[in-house]
Every structure is written in C-alpha cells, then in structure tokens.
Unconditional design. Sequence first.
Length: 169
Amino acid sequence: MSAATIFTSYVEKQKEKKTEIKGERIDILRLNPLAFDLSSEPLTDGLPWQKTEEYVPLMFELWNELKEKMLPRFQTRKSRCEEEDMLQGIISMIAMFYWIKGERFQTVEWVDIKQETFPVAPINWTERLEFILLKPTQYHCFIQLDELYTELKKQYGKYEALKKLKRSR
C-alpha cells in the first residue's frame, strides 16, 4: 500500500467520526484532530485556523500525550506501537500546517497536500512523512515523527515571535 493510500484512508475514517463540537477543545481534538475542520455544524467562533495561538499549543500537548502512550510499547525490541496513534500524530501535524497558514484542512488528497506551501513546516517534511506512513508502527518512524514535531515547535515559536514583533511596530 502506498503512503498516499494509507493517509487518505485514515482521513476518510476521521470524516466518518461524527465528533460533536461540545466541551473542552482539547477533549474534542483528542477524539478527532480534524473535528473542527470536518465539522458539518455551522462554526463561526474561535476556530483553530483563526486562533492558532490557542489551538497549536494544544496540538503539541496532544502529541506529548500520544508519545507518552507509545513509548512503553518500544521498551522491547519486538514491540510496535499502534498504527492509529501514529496516524493521528501525522494528521494532527498536517492540520497544524493548515491552521498556521490560516486555513482549514479540506483535502484528503496527499498529492495536493504535498504541493501546498506552508509558512511553517519542517525541512523535507513530505518525504519524511511518506517514509513514516509506509511503516508507521516501527520505532524509527516514531522517532522521526517526534523529530518532526520538535522542529515544527521551534519553527512555530519563531514564526509567532516574528508575527508579534511585526504587529508591535
């Protein structure tokens, strides 16, 4: 199976989840990181792509939760993590790319996503995510995804600082 197929099938699965947009934001995103993007409810206030400074840190927090959940699985060499957890991490990251750009995540087509230009994204993120998508349960893929999150967090911090600096001038 190709990376694009794996990605698309996971996003389609997220679309089928009818997550209600009620309650704490972090709980909604924990259930479905694309809940706001894929919602059919009329949403107008406090959307992730409008309030990135509130939502993006939540996504980093959720990655840390997922990471802590997966780490014990790798204590033995033969252990593997759950594919679902890794795919959730990948989808969350791509959603953040769109949110930081000020847009909602709309496409399920990997080819289209790869061609997008994002203001904040790790170097070679498409190749690295394709590598992870092909063997998402393996330890080295987990480490690669964690590195992508680390790079994204640094770049996002720099991006936000520069944005605030421009606004204050």
